[in-house]
Design a protein around this ligand. Structure first.
Ligand code: FAD
Ligand code: FES
Length: 345
């Protein structure tokens, strides 16, 4: 049994199988329904339920408040239809829509950029052209392994796709990437996904916060702003890692800042094991020390969930509006499940 879901933002209605969420139904039809975490935590799939009945599985208050729910809003990634429905997703500022592609790719480079991060580059064999906005991610499926989300580090339009993948001990995919993946291997990539993309029309200051391999989408955002859009507004890039050995692409961004005076690049070490002249502490604290207020700025964040959540809380106290924060927390599948269980309890 299935239900028919009408969404005025798409030309045709789509069907959602019994028990599927509206988002799952839309993605199964390759429709670019806006979304981020797919687990009720980010609010990127927030939609108006115009008509029909849905059942919502657990989600966080951050993603959908009680007031929003009372006002008829739902999260498409949590909403399972019980009847035919009409929904309308909330348009983000500068909504972008790229066709969902199923790419077959081949590895052309595997490089160790730190002790636990590999930079992987792929050429597209079929399924392109792959258009996306800087900051978006794809779902990568290596043969015989479960799919995982990774953010594109290259600029849109570049022929070779670049990803930065950090080894997570005990993980299903990253030990394979770190130890076995070699040039010539293939991967299936489905994408693009995500709503934390560069808002190209914004002309105010940009603050970009990257933690560890969160530098991947931030690199794409910063380079696109500077090199493709010729942005001249202040652009502050903070790169937070634990220790010296976790820093990478430092020379690259130092050179980019030298060539673009509107870019500042600030590496920050949270747990230095030796005396250092670098900034130390948490990213959120570094930003707070450097700026009294960030009212009017757009902030992009990517990296470990704890870093992203701490920084989001700090930014709120600095006058940054929720709609000006665009964050991708790198939740693992187990963390997504744990969050759902917490929200349910
Ligand atoms: C939008 C998005 C973008 C991302 N982009 C990037 C990126 O650019 N670069 C990057 O490095 N990462 C990124 N990630 C994270 C990435 O998707 C993977 O989650 C990560 O690489 C781990 O994958 P894995 O298969 O190796 O580990 P998993 O198999 O998911 O395991 C992760 C950890 O959880 C433990 N674990 C597994 N199952 C359980 C369980 N049931 N209970 C408790 N613990 C368990 C494992 O032992 C391991 O330590 C992104 C995530 C998201 C959501
Ligand atoms: S995609 Fe639905 S809340 Fe994140």
């Amino acid at each position: 049994m299935s239900f028919r879901v009408t969404c005025p933002q798409f030309d045709e209605p789509f069907t959602v199988e019994m028990g599927q969420t509206i988002l799952e139904g839309a993605l199964a039809h390759d429709l670019p329904y806006p979304h981020g975490c797919r687990s009720g935590n980010c609010g990127a799939c927030k939609s108006e339920l115009v008509s029909g009945e849905v059942e919502m599985s657990p989600y966080s208050d951050y993603a959908l408040s009680e007031d929003e729910k009372a006002g008829g809003l739902i999260l498409a990634c949590r909403a399972v239809p019980w009847s035919d429905c009409e929904v309308k997703f909330l348009e983000a500022d500068e909504t972008v829509v790229h066709p969902l592609r199923h790419l077959q790719c081949r590895v052309v480079e595997v490089a160790s950029v730190t002790h636990d991060i590999r930079r992987i580059r792929f050429e597209i064999l079929s399924g392109g052209p792959y258009t996306f906005s800087a900051g978006q991610y794809g779902s990568l499926e290596f043969p015989g392994l479960p799919p995982r989300d990774y953010s594109m580090a290259n600029r849109p339009g570049e022929p070779v796709l670049e990803f930065h993948i950090r080894l997570v001990p005990g993980g299903a995919v990253t030990p394979y990437v770190a130890g076995k993946l070699t040039v010539g291997d293939t991967v299936k990539i489905i994408g693009p996904y995500g709503t934390s993309y560069l808002r190209e029309k914004h002309s105010g200051p940009i603050v970009a916060l990257a933690g560890g391999s969160g530098l991947a989408p931030i690199k794409s955002i910063v380079e696109t702003a500077l090199l493709d859009l010729g942005s001249r507004q202040p652009l502050h890039l903070y790169f937070g890692v634990r220790d010296e050995r976790d820093l990478y692409l430092e020379q690259h961004f130092t050179d980019l800042a030298a060539a673009n005076p509107n870019l500042t690049f600030v590496p920050v070490l949270s747990e230095p094991t030796r005396t250092t002249t670098r900034r130390t502490g948490f990213l959120a604290d570094a930003v707070r020390q450097d700026f009294g207020t960030l009212d009017g700025a757009k902030v992009y964040l990517a990296g470990p969930p704890v870093m992203v959540e701490t920084a989001l809380a700090a930014l709120e106290t600095m006058g940054v509006r929720k709609q000006d924060c665009h964050a991708d927390a790198f939740y693992t599948e187990a963390e997504k499940t744990a969050l759902n269980q917490k929200a349910a309890s």
